[in-house]
Design a protein around this ligand. Structure first.
Ligand code: ATP
Ligand code: MG
Ligand code: ZN
Length: 372
């Protein structure tokens, strides 16, 4: 089986990292001047580079050929190669989601006393560190209070609010950001070129839109697309419509038609149309998600027409024009109310024995309300 894209093309140098400039700059400066901290905390949304940058930092810190004033790892020395192949004995990666207990941290505390086997530093990456048990977190804190000179800790978490303050205060903290649409598209273009896949730009934009800020999600969507296209004619360019079908993406035109019925305030037509969409195999959750982001764009357009450029990604000119017209049919308050109703429905779908019922209730309430 071929390697998943995110493993095959995991960036091997800082230069390959997209975005997160504020982090890359500080870390590469620290490396160049050999002012490396003993404890880092990386926090931010999923799939935006925390583990990748943690490994890069580890690799650069232990690179055998890196010269003073340089920061990139060489990727050629034995230490770099071992880290790239996940078999370095001086880089210990712990997944706190599955190793959350005091014994796991005790092991680290024992191990840390010994100098690194062959490298300059012994580096511990603790992923999902908010999942450590209370005892384990306290034991870790003790280590962070007086780490030996040869140790570097890199803690990573998606949920900073669950970390104890005493640990936070011991670490140099870096806040990772969600990647922007153009950044994700840039990465997707790079990968499809590497894989020699022809895919039209709007199709890439659609994938990027679906990924909602996570490069990893964008990459696994592209993975699905690639395995789908390899079953077809390799030379053919992949089209937007194929991506929509493949990923079960709810067509904007059906969402837009749905909103037309809402504007008409016709309860039965709207509910029947919803039924039609779901019968075609679309997922109620996906539908609501798309509807919400559509209505949100409508609201933002209404508040400020300048948002056009900013929002137009993912919408064609015609679709944008249509949305603009629909938004004109509602007051700001009405749009706001609609959004609240469908957001509520979105949350209820997973708990409802009839998945589409919350959407139907939202329709009845939305249109019923307006009639009053
Ligand atoms: N800033 C980035 N630049 C380039 N590629 C990236 C970036 N962020 C993520 N990637 C790609 O996504 C993959 C997953 O990223 P990574 O494992 O670093 O995410 P993470 O922030 O640790 O996510 P999680 O919180 O889910 O563990 C990487 O292998 C890489 O291919
Ligand atoms: Mg990670
Ligand atoms: Zn090296």
């Amino acid at each position: 089986m071929s390697l998943a894209l995110y493993r095959k093309y995991r960036p091997k140098t800082f230069a390959e990292i997209i975005g997160q400039e504020h982090i890359v700059k500080t870390l590469t400066n620290a490396l160049s001047s050999e002012m490396i901290s003993h404890a880092y905390l990386f926090t931010g949304p999923r799939g935006c580079g925390k583990t990748t940058i943690a490994r890069l930092l580890a690799k650069a810190a232990n690179c055998e050929t890196r010269k003073p004033n340089e920061f990139e790892p060489c990727n050629k020395c034995s230490s770099c190669i071992e880290i790239n192949e996940s078999r370095s004995i001086d880089l210990i990666e712990i997944d706190a989601a599955s190793h959350r207990g005091i014994d796991d941290i005790r092991e680290i505390r024992q191990g840390i006393k010994f100098a690194p086997t062959k490298s300059k530093y012994k580096i511990f990456i603790i992923d999902e560190c908010h999942q450590l048990s209370k005892d384990a977190a306290n034991a870790l804190l003790k280590t962070l209070e007086e780490p030996p000179a040869h140790a570097i800790f890199i803690l990573a978490t998606t949920e900073i609010q669950k970390m104890i303050a005493t640990i936070l205060s011991r670490c140099q903290r870096f806040d990772f950001w969600n990647l922007t649409m153009p950044q994700i598209i840039q990465r997707l273009e790079f990968l499809s070129e590497k894989e020699k896949i022809k895919i039209e730009k709007p199709a890439l934009e659609l994938i990027a839109l679906q990924a909602r800020g996570s490069i990893r999600d964008a990459e696994s969507l592209l993975d699905q697309v690639i395995s789908f296209s390899s079953a077809l004619d390799q030379k053919a360019e992949i089209k937007t419509q194929e991506i929509k079908d493949l990923l079960g993406i709810v067509d904007l035109s059906s969402v837009s038609q749905f909103v037309d019925f809402l504007v008409e305030k016709n309860i039965s037509k709207t509910i029947n149309y919803l039924q039609e969409i779901l019968e075609k195999g679309k997922d109620p959750q996906e539908f609501t998600k798309t509807l919400i982001s559509y209505l949100r764009q409508g609201l933002l357009l209404k508040i400020s027409p300048d948002m056009q450029n900013h929002l137009s990604i993912g919408l064609t000119k015609e679709e944008l024009q249509k949305l603009q017209n629909q938004a004109n049919g509602f007051s700001e308050q009405e749009l706001q109310k609609l959004l609240q109703l469908f957001l509520k429905a979105e949350n209820q779908i997973k708990y409802s024995s009839i998945p589409q019922l919350p959407i139907e209730l939202a329709i009845v309430e939305a249109i019923g309300l307006e009639k009053e």
